[in-house]
Write a protein that binds this ligand. Structure first.
Ligand code: EPU
Length: 422
């Protein structure tokens, strides 16, 4: 397994180009199979999760083609099999998007149930509730979900859960509803930009959807959809990771190709923490100041501060004077990074879903273990600020969601190297 070795202490400076959004492209690739003709998805990031989604689609008979400039072509005309096998689904939870897409296209989906997850329990009860309200029957057999409907029928569906709206359930229900007979109204729909991006793509395919980016989506089902061309939105979590890394290392970084409107909560929190943030057209510049301040933070559904940047922000707070309280409201157990940050010298006390971070003067490099995608990003930031050498094991997690991260960081002056496994 590859590792990263980082020699800390460099202030990041320069420009970093953001790739297409992982969490947009995955549902969009699944949605493409709803069309009768091929779709071309532009700016698809070159990531392991994208590879996995393409393998799942190919397992259903769909033809996929990928070019080095980021275009992915999906030809669903050869789709023949409604099963997504365990060997692929177990690699990535967002495989669950093929549930709604296969149901909408073939009237049947057999998808391996996603298993446990290191960031905490991730149920799919809302996906099931929504699809069954569209008229699908749902059974579980030998670890597989079997979802079937002779005819999907539009319905009024409330999708709020114990932790608010669900990105995945909103998308899955929408993928069924665009092919259902009549009107579907989804209440308490997720408002994340990635959901709105899926709506934009489906609209280009001939779907009729209003309310993108709001908690109420109204969908007029269509008999058939066609292929379309679409460019995915920039990855706001990758952009936010660079913004936080800039502030944490005392640097000055301009993130290019980002969508500032998608990052307002992050911008506000960085300003609270003492950084200077200036916004331009598709660019955000973060300049660290000497007066970094402790800041409290609560993760919330969009437009709140994203859970996918909680670990990275916590890392910055570890070396910020004062006491910061970080509350996780989306995944109450998403704190696997705390133990590793503590190994580097951080002072963090946990209390159920909140962490009290007392800023220390500095971190000191050590070997650490990445536990999931965003925890890996947090450990990279920790390695960049730590004194000496940090060795990060299990970085295959980072390859799931950050394209070329080591070269992008190296261009900003970071001393980082990938050690390839034999
Ligand atoms: N939830 C339920 N029941 C459900 C579905 C969700 O209770 O049926 C709960 C979850 O347990 C969680 C909350 O609702 O507490 C929100 O989960 P959501 O369904 O919105 O998450 P998701 O769709 O599984 C996506 C991203 C995650 C991101 C979350 C929250 C993708 C592929 N994944 O997951 O991204 O953290 O939304 O914004 O879009 C990541 O990129 O590292 C990542 C984990």
């Amino acid at each position: 397994m590859d590792k990263f070795v980082i020699w800390g202490g460099e202030r990041l400076r320069g420009e970093a180009e953001v790739s297409g959004s992982k969490n947009s492209v995955l549902p969009i690739l699944a949605a493409a199979i709803l069309g009768e003709t091929p779709s071309v998805i532009r700016k698809a990031p070159w990531l392991r999760d994208v590879d996995t989604m393409l393998m799942i689609l190919e397992a259903t008979g769909v033809t996929t083609k990928r070019s080095f400039d980021g275009d992915v072509t999906i030809d669903p005309s050869t789709l023949e099999n409604c099963e997504a096998p365990y060997e692929l689904v177990r690699k990535m939870r967002s495989s669950i998007y093929v549930l709604g897409a296969l149901l909408g296209r073939l009237g049947k989906a057999v998808v391996s149930l996603p298993g446990g997850c290191v960031i905490g329990p991730r149920p799919i009860d809302l996906h099931i509730k929504g699809l069954s309200q569209l008229g699908a029957t749902i059974e579980k057999h030998h670890g597989y979900l079997i979802v079937e409907a002779k005819k999907l029928k539009g319905a009024r569906i409330f999708l709020g859960g114990p932790f608010g709206s669900s990105v995945g359930a909103t998308v899955n229900v929408m993928l069924g509803a665009v092919k259902a007979e009549g009107e579907t109204i989804i209440e308490s729909a997720a408002c994340e930009p990635e959901v709105a991006d899926v709506v934009n793509f489906l609209t280009k395919m001939g779907a009729k959807i209003t309310g993108a980016g709001t908690p109420t989506l109204v969908i007029e089902g269509q008999k058939a959809l066609h292929g379309a061309e679409h460019e995915v939105i920039p990855d706001r979590i990758e952009a936010g990771t660079f913004m936080i890394a800039a502030a944490a290392t005392g640097g000055d970084v301009t993130v290019l190709g980002a969508e500032p409107r998608h990052l307002e909560a992050v911008t506000a929190k960085l300003k609270d923490a003492g950084a200077e943030v200036s916004i331009g057209d598709k660019r955000i510049r973060v300049q660290a100041s000497d007066a970094r301040r402790a800041t409290d933070l609560t993760t919330l559904a969009y437009p709140g501060f994203p859970t996918d940047l909680q670990a990275q922000f916590m890392t910055m707070m570890c070396v910020t004077p004062g006491v910061s309280r970080i509350v996780e409201k989306i995944y109450p157990d998403r704190f696997m990074h705390v133990g590793e940050l503590t190994r580097l010298g951080a002072d963090i006390t946990m209390d159920t879903n909140s962490a009290l971070v007392r800023g220390v003067n500095g971190l000191s490099g050590a070997p650490v273990m990445a536990s999931d995608l965003r925890a890996s990003a947090a450990l990279i930031i920790a390695g960049l600020v730590a004194e000496g050498e940090t060795l990060i094991h299990r970085i295959y997690h980072i390859d799931r969601g950050y394209m070329d991260i080591e070269s992008k960081l190296a261009r900003l002056g970071a001393k980082i190297r990938r050690l390839k496994s034999d």
